[in-house]
Write a protein that binds this ligand. Structure first.
Ligand code: HDD
Length: 727
């Protein structure tokens, strides 16, 4: 029998080769001007391409979109007080464009923020994967990353309790690779068909449209309590992982099991990990709620400012590698996305690093219009049969057409790969490419068979030929019916205070659930996780304490704990420094110098903005424009009259804010330090020294004091203060 595939391939290769690159050294294709030796070495290939599309309006004259220069900014009227004329096309174009400025927000992950950067491999990993961006440490692959919350609309707050999206687009020399992950290594559900239900349940309730960006309501827990597979992920989101301190201080995970395929077709299963250089950090729930009011843009501002300051966020990229013969050696199914592989069982091998070093020029054009698709992979990376992953492969393409109203979304600058695109796809709304020639089909002979196919040996993508088969079947594999074991493992792995935070979070969330049967069902599930855990929640939310039915196996994976994650820098940590007229500067100078040299951000706050009399200190903030919750630590300068001012005179018109900030910082476990007379503020706040609170007496050593304070900043939180069980 005649095989058409063979015919096609034969035609493709007997026809003369055109300029299309099918050799191994075709990294710098002449069709892509932004790809050069230099741009690949310094990671700027995408930046160069973006420049081509970027327009600056500075030093220019206003024109219409058809290029007409405008000489008057008022509308055209029939007489000075008359109606506007239909003829006024300048007005009509401007208003029409304005009316159409918005595109639909993402159906999930609507609120987010992004940045450009690069990825650099630590070595040549071609023994694991043929993906070229992982084969050469001398090149920097451009990336664009978008972080997001999941449930809230585009205008909601950054610090809500939620999963965070962590989507990375690698603009590789073999096309775009999108790693569309989250900051939690597992997911709520096992099958994509349930995703619309999950999202409908967690989003604002459809009749009343509240609560916005919050899971603490009946529909979410109704769904969760009827879907036990979700319990593990619920614990992760309700733990401190659900309220990160910064996008820069959270992990990222590919969640699903993927495949790495090497040149010789050897393959392994992999789990993708991002580990932040700045360490892990979380907010206190009370703090997160307050920040939502004080600065709903807290995370996007933090990301923006760090990049502007040159403190580039950085992550290490790693993989857990599972050999094919290990597929069935775990007590869960590798295809089940509600499970993670503890790092203690399979270590994370670091493969490279990612640095974000450029903020977008235009939020809409870049961040809002960016398109991520789990199906965008490059040679050497393959999928598995995880049913959630399989469903995602459909959804991400479909949703872009809804958001961009055209299949041409790949033409948008932020989405274009840096490599040339050649195919026979044509036309559609807003087509911006001018495809030349008569031929728009394959196979052809009229255009030398071009664009032609590329064999895998020359970089063409080859699907891993997994053996499949079996009867059509709707349902779960028996290996997916293991709902509580990893939920228990996760709970056991938390430190004492992290457990307490989780319990408090559930008391809060379930305490807002109005339907008692839903609360009761949740406690029923938690009783399978750990009896004491379930009882502590039940007691507070008016649900009968259940009888113990299931023993805790006491297994744990300390790698999941934020508190136990190592940190090695205080760079970018925000220290709020109280100053006022009359401060004593000599000690302050020493402390400031030490903190600055370590890269901490120093925010000077005083009763009024501007220069402090007879010093070089300038207050950029007042007690009205900043807040304890927006900073990581407080330092109070000394000086009798300054402290008197902060304590006695100043509160007359700003209601004791300096004391209030100290009390909150203490309650939220933050380091506090007071120089000399500053201790009077501590006394007034009812705070005693010790446990992260430092006082420098008159004869004390400023250097040691500053170093102790910096040490405390590195530790981050002193959760074990007596008041902390309340947050
Ligand atoms: Fe998804 C967006 C991550 C399951 C359907 N998803 C989206 C984004 C992230 C994730 C980070 C935002 C991308 C961006 O910044 O533009 N999603 C995940 C992870 C999942 C997951 C880690 C589970 C492991 N998602 C998932 C399922 C479905 C979707 C099961 C549907 C069956 N996700 C979408 C979507 C979105 C999306 C509707 C909305 C906007 C978009 O894609 O571009 O297609």
């Amino acid at each position: 029998m005649f095989d058409t595939q063979i015919l096609i391939l034969t035609i493709a290769f007997i026809l003369p080769q055109s300029t299309i690159c099918v050799t191994d050294n075709c990294r710098y294709n002449e069709n892509s001007p932004w790809m050069s030796e230099t741009t690949w070495q310094n990671g700027t290939a995408k930046d160069e391409e973006m420049k081509y599309f970027t327009r600056s309006d500075s030093k220019s004259f206003i024109t219409t979109n058809w290029g007409l220069k405008i000489n008057d900014s008022d509308s055209l009227k029939a007489g000075e007080r008359g109606p506007t004329l239909l003829e006024d096309l300048e007005l009509r174009e401007k208003i029409t464009h304005f009316d159409h400025e918005r595109i639909p927000e993402r159906v999930v992950h609507a609120r987010g923020s992004g940045a450009h950067g690069y990825f650099q491999s630590y070595g040549d990993w071609s023994n694991l994967t043929r993906a070229k961006f992982l084969s050469d440490p001398s090149i920097k692959t451009p990336v664009f990353v978008r972080f997001s919350t999941v449930a809230g609309p585009r205008g909601s707050s950054d610090t809500v309790r939620d999963v965070r999206g962590f989507a990375t687009k690698f603009y590789t020399e073999e096309g775009n690779f999108d790693l569309v992950g989250n900051n939690i290594p597992i997911f709520f559900i096992q099958d994509a068909i349930k995703f619309p239900d999950l999202i409908h349940a967690v989003k604002a309730e459809p009749d009343r449209s509240f609560p916005s960006a919050a899971s603490a309501h009946d529909t979410f827990y109704d769904f969760v309590s009827l879907s036990p597979e979700t319990i593990h992920m619920v614990l992760w989101v309700l733990s401190d992982h659900g309220i990160p301190r910064s996008y820069r201080m959270m992990q990222g995970f590919g969640v699903h099991t993927f495949r790495f395929i090497a040149e010789n077709n050897d393959w392994v299963f992999v789990k993708f990990h991002w580990k932040p250089k700045y360490g892990l950090g979380s907010l206190a729930w009370d703090e997160a709620q307050k920040i939502s009011g004080k600065d709903p843009d807290f995370h996007r501002r933090d990301l923006w400012e760090a990049i502007e300051n040159g403190d580039y966020p950085e992550w290490e990229f790693g993989v857990q590698i599972i050999k094919p013969n290990m597929e069935f050696k775990f007590d869960f199914d590798l295809l089940d996305p509600t499970k993670f592989i503890p790092e203690e069982l399979v270590p994370v091998i670091p493969l490279g690093k990612m640095v974000l070093n450029r903020n977008p020029d235009n939020f809409f054009a870049e961040t809002e219009q960016s398109v991520f698709h789990i199906g965008h992979v490059v040679p050497g990376i393959g999928f598995t049969n995880d049913p959630l992953l399989q469903g995602r492969l459909f959804s991400y393409l479909d949703t872009q057409i809804n958001r961009h109203h055209s299949a041409n979304f790949q033409n948008i600058p932020i989405n274009r790969p840096v490599v040339p695109i050649h195919n026979n796809q044509r036309d559609g709304f807003m087509q911006t490419v001018v495809n030349k020639g008569r031929v728009a089909y394959y196979p052809n002979s009229l255009q030398d068979g071009s664009p032609r196919l590329t064999p895998p040996s020359h970089g063409g993508y080859k699907t891993y030929g997994e053996q499949t088969g079996g009867r059509a079947f709707r349902g779960k594999s028996p290996s997916f019916f293991n709902f509580y074991s990893q939920a228990q493992l996760f709970y056991n792995s938390l430190t004492q205070i992290e457990k307490q935070h989780l319990i408090n979070a559930l008391r809060f969330e379930l305490g807002l659930v109005e339907t008692m049967s839903i609360r009761t069902r949740m406690i029923y599930h938690f009783n399978y996780v750990d009896h004491d855990f379930a009882s502590q929640i039940a007691r507070i939310i008016d649900v009968p304490v259940p009888t113990a039915i299931y023993a805790n196996l006491n297994n744990s994976s300390p790698a999941v704990s934020i508190e136990q994650y190592s940190r090695n820098t205080i760079r970018t940590r925000r220290v709020l420094i109280y100053i006022a007229d009359g401060i004593e500067v000599s000690t302050l100078n020493i402390v400031v110098r030490i903190l600055k040299s370590m890269g901490a951000y120093l925010i000077f706050v005083a009763p009024q903005q501007g220069r402090i009399r007879e010093t070089n200190y300038i207050a950029s903030q007042t007690f009205a424009t900043t807040d304890s919750v927006l900073n990581d630590a407080i330092l109070v300068a000394g000086g009798q009259s300054a402290i008197k001012y902060l304590l006695y005179d100043y509160p007359q018109y700003q209601s004791g804010q300096p004391i209030q900030f100290l009390r909150e910082a203490y309650r939220h476990g933050k380091p506090i330090a007071c120089i000399g007379e500053g201790i009077e503020l501590l006394d007034r706040a009812g705070i005693i020294a010790g446990n992260g609170v430092y006082v420098l007496k008159k004869d004390g050593d400023a250097k040691t004091f500053a170093q102790d304070f910096a040490e405390a900043l590195l530790r981050g939180r002193f959760w074990y203060r007596d008041v902390l069980d309340k947050i």
